[in-house]
Design a protein around this ligand. Sequence first.
Ligand code: GDP
Ligand code: K
Ligand code: MG
Length: 290
Amino acid sequence: MKAGFVGIFGKPNAGKSTLLNALLGEKLAIVSPKVQTTRHRIKGFLNKPNEYQIVFSDTPGIIEAKYKLHEKMMAAVKSALEDADVALLLVDVADDWAENDALFESLHLKVPTIIVLNKIDKVSNEVLQNAVHFFEQKKYAQKVIAIAALQQTNTVKLLDAIVDYLPEGEPFYPEDELSDLPTRFFVGELIREKVYTLFEEEIPYQVAVMVNEFKEKETLIKIQADIIVNRDSQKSIIIGHQGSKIKAIGTLARKDIEAFLGRKVFLELFVKVRPKWRDNELYLKEFGYY
Ligand code: GDP
Ligand code: K
Ligand code: MG
């Protein structure tokens, strides 16, 4: 039997979270067209009994830290880099290749490494061939695979290559589990995702979500969560005219949470102001950023 840790790394928006979800066949990580959507290391397990257990880690996009929150995010990347038995270096093939190459080189990986050219639907065949040629020269990787995570093109081929590089070993986690993170975490993330969906510009980066109550009742699950912002003005934006925006967040989030839990959900949302929470060690801990 094979078992090991596989880290997914890359620049913001390369499609890391989309790839994790595609490989697991389950929406575990939230996705958006905006950078810095993923803030945690999200572990997802893929089990094929008696054959393999892959512990995937989705990670935040690698950036220069400007807030304490960013430092926590980069610490999450570092822990996944340290644990990895196999590394996937994900690049948006329509992005600057040399820039991605410099980033990958700087990681100094010492484990089997696959460069994954993602979003092949965005470029011509000729551009793709040039990209493959460019990345095949790189000494820090053993293999280059071209995929489209969104359309799930070549993701099975990628999975086969991962399993090839996976070390022999026994499962690290129970084989009926999908993640080591609690259900509350995923509920909070689905709410946060709606803020990325519904608001432009800076707002999503000012927001954290804290799930305070998660009560299983007979016919439904009652969930109460706070949407945390930095300033009063942001609170008004999140609430919207006559509460229209917060209502929209609630409606979209409830649908996704119900799909995730397979249960009916009653969702109650409040907005709270916590000035400069992104630079405050105590708030960051309270909101789940360790
Ligand atoms: P992350 O920041 O690396 O986790 O990237 P996400 O998974 O959040 O994806 C960023 C954006 O790229 C989202 O809008 C995705 O829908 C999009 N995306 C991901 N994979 C593909 C792909 O194969 N093709 C295209 N066209 N878009 C993709
Ligand atoms: K993103
Ligand atoms: Mg992500």
